[in-house]
Design a binder for this molecule. Structure first.
Ligand SMILES: Cc1cc2nc3c(=O)[nH]c(=O)nc-3n(C[C@H](O)[C@H](O)[C@H](O)COP(=O)(O)OP(=O)(O)OC[C@H]3O[C@@H](n4cnc5c(N)ncnc54)[C@H](O)[C@@H]3O)c2cc1C
Length: 470
């Protein structure tokens, strides 16, 4: 029997895609990585995933899991390999409002989970621009971050349990609903962020939070970035750590935004050196119930804090969202980041994280270093400033991979000197393999390799990703 015949027996012929039917899986979202798989197999149950992996394991065939294919590091591309799509495993198995959990399959699209829990007055707080396509299995496998990490943590912090199919087809049941479980090694955390190199995640138990009853949202301009951390800290103190988003958009980002998306003109223009997009949220009646003058206390608190900052000369101006429509427009400006960056080429994308009080130093030192390495290099930056994560794309004139890697290495140098990481939230995939070789602690890398061999002795799960070849 051929491979596709074997797989068709397990999942049905209609669920083994070949030829032009695999087109939407052949390229990543950025259009950087290409390669058609031999076939895309689409199991509908955990038992089918298990049977598929038993078959591929026996035959020694590499398998690459894929969710929404919105990853930004080429991690789900599978040239000449079998791609295993979770898109049919899209059931929300249960929402348990009292326990504040959702039990979901890996193929549930993030925005669908948002809608489903909203009906219960709850939120699954992970959110970012690709939420309409990215799937829970992909979010888990990349340990996705996004704009609300400073309040709720990244995907790992939002996960209680996992179901995983190991490379040989064995099913591991870690579907705990527990907030405490110290029964040995934390295997769940091993699979979160593993980018499909250790097994296939088929389901998860996720934590939910109460849905905010009020938001106070604003865009704030500054003539330099230094006072932004003061603003964040004052807001956290004033609101009891209720800041949900604190995003950095410099002038060159705003100008590009207006160029590509003239429908999203920012309320304070494009010329201020720094724009911060921020949002504070609350659930408590004392913060959300309007007073006699019709003012929402949360909004008043934000206005007061911003007013104080303006009086001290620390901010230039602020525009509050006065309606849900205005709030959504502000979010759209930030979430257009990937779309407006995609067309800028040649580029070297960096997704770095440094301690909060070193972001300004990072930006200054990186710009100086780039000028030394390549005078044509210009940073194009947007960032989750509230957690120290900068998407530090460098535009340059050269398509030469050696010149591009020199840029990446220079950014890594500065990041490392400041105690940072070369990979904050997008993962490693193929894009960051050279950085792994250069920057990951060698002992940690060796331990990762041992874990990989222990769980995937034939090296069949998403080969060539995350771990650089020796
Ligand atoms: C417009 C845009 C905005 C974005 N913004 C953010 C952001 O703010 N923060 C952020 O963190 N990311 C962001 N991303 C990146 C991306 O959306 C996330 O990495 C997302 O979590 C990927 O989910 P996916 O379902 O598309 O995964 P895919 O791209 O399909 O896969 C990603 C990785 O996970 C593996 N994988 C997928 N499903 C499984 C599974 N069930 N079991 C095992 N392995 C699996 C794949 O093999 C691959 O290694 C953005 C992307 C875009 C296009």
């Amino acid at each position: 029997m051929t491979l596709t015949e074997t797989l068709s027996r397990i999942v049905g012929e209609a669920n083994v895609l070949t030829g032009s039917d695999t087109a939407r899986f052949d390229e990543d979202w950025m259009g950087k990585y290409h390669g058609a798989p031999v076939c895309v197999v689409r199991p509908g149950t955990t038992a089918e995933v298990s049977a598929v992996l038993r078959a591929t394991y026996a035959a020694g065939i590499p398998v690459v899991p894929v969710g929404g294919n919105t990853g930004l590091t080429g991690a789900a591309i599978a040239p000449g390999q079998v791609q295993l799509s979770l898109e049919r495993m899209n059931r929300i198995r249960a929402i348990q409002p009292e326990a504040r959990i959702a039990v979901v399959e890996a193929g549930v699209v993030l925005s669908r989970l948002h809608e489903a829990v909203d009906a219960h007055g709850l939120v699954f707080p992970l959110t970012f621009g690709a939420r309409g396509s990215a799937m829970i299995g992909g979010n888990l496998s990349t340990n996705a971050g996004g704009s609300n990490v400073l309040r709720y943590g990244n995907t790992r912090a939002l996960t209680l349990g996992l179901e995983v199919v190991l490379p040989d087809g064995e099913v591991m049941d870690l579907m705990s609903e527990l907030h405490k479980d110290n029964s040995g090694y934390d295997l769940k955390d091993l699979f979160i962020g593993a980018e499909g190199t250790l097994g296939v995640i088929t389901a998860a138990v996720l934590k939910l939070s109460p849905k905010p009853r009020a938001f106070a949202t604003a865009m704030v301009t500054l003539d330099r970035l230094d006072p932004a951390l003061t603003l964040l800290n004052r807001l956290q103190e004033a609101t009891g750590s209720a800041v949900e988003a604190f995003e950095y958009m410099p002038d060159h980002f705003m100008r590009r935004l207006v160029e590509v998306r003239p429908d999203l003109a920012p309320p304070l223009g494009t010329e201020a050196p720094v724009t911060i997009f921020l949002e504070v949220a609350a659930t408590a009646p004392r913060d959300v119930t309007p007073n006699e003058a019709g003012e929402v206390p949360l909004t008043a608190l934000l206005e007061q804090t911003l007013g104080g900052m303006a009086e001290e000369g620390l901010i230039l101006d602020a525009a509050m969202a006065r309606s849900e429509d205005q709030r959504r427009r502000m979010w759209a400006m930030r979430e257009a980041a990937a779309e407006i960056t995609r067309g800028l080429k040649p580029q070297v994308d960096n997704d770095i994280c440094v301690p909060l009080d070193r972001v300004v130093e990072f930006l200054t030192r990186a710009a100086a270093r780039l000028a030394e390495v390549d005078p044509s290099a210009r940073p194009f930056v947007v960032g989750h400033l509230g957690d120290g994560n900068m998407h530090y794309t460098v535009l340059l004139d050269s398509d030469d991979p050696v010149a591009q890697d020199a840029i990446r290495e220079a950014v890594e140098d500065v990041t490392r000197a400041l105690g940072g990481s070369f990979s904050a939230e997008h993962g490693i995939g193929q894009a960051k393999l050279p950085s792994m070789t250069r920057r990951k602690d060698p002992v940690a890398l060796a331990v990762m390799r041992r874990i990989k061999v222990a769980l995937d002795p034939k090296g069949l799960m998403n080969p060539g990703k995350v771990l650089p070849s020796e």
